[in-house]
Design a binder for this molecule. Structure first.
Ligand code: FAD
Length: 489
């Protein structure tokens, strides 16, 4: 599988192959429970294979340090010995960045998972990188605060992982990007040096803001071991409504109206096409879809605020107006916590539903809002033209291309649900998708990063000059290229 998956990549001879003396060294740094070796009973599949089951490496060793000092000793040794390393969080990344390509050592942050401190006046949380996002949010909930981002993989992804990918997620519309909310980081450089900037300051204009370099660097120049992040007060009133509309034009109109009428309480505005909901209906077969009739597009709106009556009145007025004007054809509003969670399921389960038939080619792009959905139409047309796609005919590799995403952020997820991964499908879609996005001045990665999947396509979104600077930075901090090799840098 690996050889077929990576036909154009060769293992670099400069990297040493793991030997007994290396294991002996790691045993002086870590306990036996913190070292996982491949053997006849353990193939390390969980650490070698990505969430989409699309990329698979052949690592024979997983190291799971519990302290920053251990991470430092491991990296220093690997750097001195030219052993390649892949930092790994919850392994939910969607661009093949979190798994080895060949025999790189997996440095899993899973056990570096303590909350360090929380200041309930400022709302600043300091925690280890391996804390699971949902665990961090639950800890904050008990103290009346909320983690400033949320995403479907929250039960598995790490705080360090979302920082390393600069994940966007479902509430970026409200709380902004991690480039704004992360106040400080603790990072271990490939040579083992620990850079501690775990600031709790909202303002600090003393020269370059170095932490920004590591946010979204995808494990290529340092390993994030600690995160300091500003968390907002948890809203005590949440509302979710699920609406059916006639066209993508209508989605945009409802968005404008929602910003105007819901104003400061609007916390998520997500859209989904009918095809994505059809896949999700198959996957959530034991649940009824929120709307009994089919509609070409659906919208999920979340509001959150501090006063339920106020929010209810605003949402009600907004929905009445939108329906009177004929913008919204049908809709429901969650009446309690369970219904609210159920409505979110129809959005959050799309990634899983898209890959349930066999696999999924995922494209996560930014486009000007007016052009956002045109990519889905173009991809479906291209796949049909190539004779690769059919919902009924099981001999065709592609089931359907579906679109959904964060309208508020101009971010489309194009998911091409497939029965199996084939080179023909990949060739049909790439570089077609990237050319399309570039022609509209979009970005080929809105939030998932580049990883392995998009490593050859960075030029569609970055200039030669920018790529040169990225390489210079990589060479400066990781001159032996031991961190996450074969990926986008
Ligand atoms: P991993 O997958 O383990 O790693 C991702 C990358 O970061 C790799 O390159 C890895 O080397 C590096 N890395 C991980 N931890 C560290 C560290 N401590 N230091 C240095 N490098 C590190 N993304 C969005 O932006 N928005 C969404 O709405 C969204 N929804 C998702 C829904 C589902 C169901 C899934 C499966 C994924 C979704 N994602 C989304 C993808 C998203 O990138 C990841 O879920 C998350 O950001 C990765 O966190 P992780 O801990 O799993 O990192």
């Amino acid at each position: 599988l690996t050889v077929e998956n990576y036909p154009n990549v060769k293992r670099l001879d400069s990297f040493k192959k793991l030997g007994k003396q290396d294991l002996d060294y790691f045993q002086t740094v870590l306990s036996q429970q913190e070292i996982l070796e491949a053997n006849e009973n353990e193939d390390l599949a969980f650490y070698n294979e990505d969430w989409m089951r699309k990329y698979r490496g052949q690592s024979k060793l997983v190291l799971r340090p519990k302290t920053t000092e251990q991470v430092s000793k491991i990296l220093k040794y690997c750097n001195d010995q030219n052993l390649a390393v892949v930092p790994q969080g919850g392994n939910t990344g969607l661009v093949g960045g979190s798994v080895p390509v060949f025999d790189e050592i997996v440095l899993s942050l899973t056990q570096l998972n303590k909350i360090r401190e929380f200041d309930d006046v400022s709302g600043i949380l300091k925690c280890d990188a391996g804390v699971i996002l949902e665990a961090a949010d639950m800890y904050l909930a008990e103290r009346g605060y909320i983690f400033p981002m949320d995403l479907g993989a929250k039960g598995s992804c790490h705080v360090g992982g979302i920082v390393a990918t600069n994940a966007g997620g479902l509430r970026l519309l409200r709380y902004g990007s991690l480039h704004g909310t992360v106040l400080g980081l603790e990072v271990v450089l490939p040579n083992g040096e620990i850079v501690n900037s775990m600031n709790a300051l909202r303002k600090d204009n003393t020269g370059y803001d170095l932490k920004q370099l590591f946010i979204g660097s995808e494990g290529t120049i340092g390993v994030v071991t600690g995160v300091s992040i500003l968390c907002p007060t948890r809203p005590n009133a949440f509302n979710v409504s699920f609406l059916g509309v006639e066209s993508y034009e209508a989605v945009q109109k409802v968005f404008v109206q929602a910003k105007k009428e819901l104003g400061e309480i609007l916390s998520a505005f997500e859209f989904m096409d009918l095809k994505s909901q059809n896949l999700t209906k198959v996957h959530l077969a034991d649940m009824d879809h929120p709307l009994s009739d089919d509609h070409p597009f659906y919208i999920l709106i979340e509001t959150s605020g501090s006063k339920k009556d106020h929010d209810d009145a605003k949402l009600e007025a907004f929905l009445e107006n939108a329906m009177e004007e004929g913008l919204v054809l049908d809709g429901v509003v969650a009446q309690d916590e369970t219904e609210l969670k159920n409505l979110w399921q129809w959005r959050e389960m799309i990634p899983e539903s898209s890959q349930a038939g066999g696999g999924v080619y995922k494209y996560d792009v930014s486009l000007p809002l007016k052009d956002l959905y045109s990519l889905v139409d173009a991809a479906n047309a291209k796949l049909e033209e190539s004779g690769l796609s059919s919902i009924e005919d099981e001999s065709k590799p592609v089931i359907s291309a579906v679109g959904y995403g964060h309208v508020g952020d101009g971010n489309l997820h194009l998911n091409v649900a497939v029965r199996r991964y084939t080179k023909e499908v990949e060739k049909c879609l790439e570089p077609f998708v990237y050319e399309f996005v570039s022609s509209k001045n979009g970005s080929i990665s809105a939030e998932h990063g580049l990883g392995f999947q998009k490593k050859n396509y960075i030029g569609y979104s970055k200039s030669d000059q920018e790529i040169k600077m990225i390489k210079q930075l990589k060479n400066l901090y990781d001159p032996n290229s031991i961190l996450n090799p074969y990926k986008y840098v």
